[in-house]
Design a protein around this ligand. Structure first.
Ligand code: ACO
Length: 393
């Protein structure tokens, strides 16, 4: 009997289906609130750092001064990646997509650090290794594909500053470091979004954390998920001038195409992360005199108006709309927008993998195995007759 024979209903895209308990984060889609381990994201962006936020996500409580200092040291010591891995990167095509590179090399980490995967303590070590090494992989690829010398991590720098330094060769000033740090805090976790659910699903088979993170990176790369921030920047460049935003969006909506960076599966109001990013984009544009904030705001306003007119519904910006212009104004190559999302989100993925594998309270997570609705050929109880290839017409 097939999976679907006794099923009468199906849920497209699992919207609204509850599959597991989590202590890690919560979204109130109607109020536009995001909570990491009980703490409002707005408080964290004002007061915390990425390192502290990552600690919170992994450990369920904010660290003491000493705990944070130990955590920072563990991350900075784990930033190096094997030289052999960097050598291997040199064999890739220079125009390879950085997300494909990242996915491959995160999976490859297991081959270098595969001592012991089964305990909870080992999973925390893997989590630190991933948080520390994902930025190094991204920065290394940026240098290698541009025939530039590799830059060693600098243990005196924060997570945010160190990545920018390893990528560009320049140490950022305090303002740039803080803007980038806030971007990392905002992208670190978001309940059961597509990539996190992917990570949890892989972890539910008891596969190791590198496998789960690598699969999650593949999931994040799609344009309906993390890939949207790259598509947003392509759109802004294509529009080119704030006065063209209205007509550009009108034509796109008329063709029934989606506007990247707008809309969300859970938020039915302004995404709180987009609020913070919008302000930072506004500030950077004022400082640099660049047009990208104004064009993005034009896109936001035109999309809201067009979707309202065409579909009588409200639509709001998501996290990807304003992050694109911020990264562009920070001189980050636009195809690194999505890898930067992964640099941040890996903390959330790791926390979920640990929760998926080691949750102590009932109901404990189980191997994910949804049902399918079979709508294929039905040739009766014995199935279709198999004809040898030479008898098929
Ligand atoms: N542009 C144009 N129309 C849209 C958009 C958009 N960005 N988003 C939703 N709509 C329309 C849909 O076409 C749909 O209309 P229809 O019913 O006539 O087909 C209607 O709004 C309702 O959409 P929903 O079903 O509520 O949205 P859904 O939950 O399926 O989609 C999603 C959420 C995938 C994020 C969608 O808004 C989208 O495609 N946005 C653009 C891609 C994007 O920015 N992704 C990043 C999301 S955030 C993240 O993953 C990090």
């Amino acid at each position: 009997m097939g999976d679907s024979n006794e099923m009468e209903t199906k849920n497209i895209g699992l919207r609204g289906i509850k599959v597991a308990d989590t202590r890690i984060s919560d979204i109130n889609g109607a109020q536009g609130k995001l909570i990491y381990r009980g703490y409002n994201i707005m408080d964290l962006t004002e007061n915390s750092s990425y390192e502290e936020t990552a600690y919170l996500l992994l450990h369920d409580s904010l660290p003491s001064m000493k705990e944070l200092s130990v955590f920072r040291s563990m991350i900075s010591e784990a930033r190096f990646i094997p030289k052999q891995m960097q050598k291997n990167m040199g064999n890739w095509r220079k125009d390879a997509d950085p997300m494909d590179m990242l996915q491959a090399f995160v999976a490859a980490l297991a081959g270098y650090y595969d001592e012991e995967f089964s305990s909870k303590e080992a999973s925390y070590e893997r989590a630190i290794n991933l948080i520390a090494k994902v930025p190094t992989i991204v920065a290394s690829w940026q240098r290698i594909r541009n025939d530039m010398e590799l830059i060693e991590p600098d243990p005196s720098l924060s997570h945010a500053a160190n990545f920018l330094y390893m990528m560009s060769g320049e140490k950022p000033d305090k303002d740039v470091e803080r803007i980038f740090d806030v971007c990392l805090i905002l992208h670190a976790e978001h309940t059961f979004n597509a990539s996190t659910f992917t990570a949890r699903q892989v972890a539910s088979t008891r596969a190791h954390m590198y496998s789960a993170a690598s699969a999650a990176i593949g999931s994040l790369s799609g344009e309906l998920h993390g890939g949207a921030n790259y598509e947003v920047m392509k759109m802004l460049l294509d529009i080119g001038h704030v006065e063209k935003a209205g007509s550009w969006i009108k034509e796109r909506v008329a063709r029934n195409e989606r506007v990247m960076g707008m809309g969300h599966a859970v938020y039915k109001t302004f995404d709180p992360r987009a609020r913070v990013l919008k302000e930072m984009s506004r500030q950077l544009a004022a400082k640099t005199g660049q047009p990208w904030f104004a064009i993005t705001e034009g896109v936001e306003e035109a999309t809201i108006a067009e979707i309202k007119r065409k579909k009588s519904m409200d639509i709001y910006p998501n996290v990807d709309l304003y992050s694109a212009s911020i990264y562009y104004m920070l001189d980050i190559p636009m195809d690194l927008n999505t890898p930067i999302f992964a640099i941040s989100r890996v903390a959330g993925w790791a926390a979920h993998v640990i929760e998926e594998k080691f949750a102590e309270a009932a109901p404990k997570p189980a191997l994910y195995r949804p049902k399918a609705v079979y709508v294929g050929k039905d040739c009766g109880p014995d199935g279709c007759e198999y004809k040898p290839i030479n008898l098929r017409t």
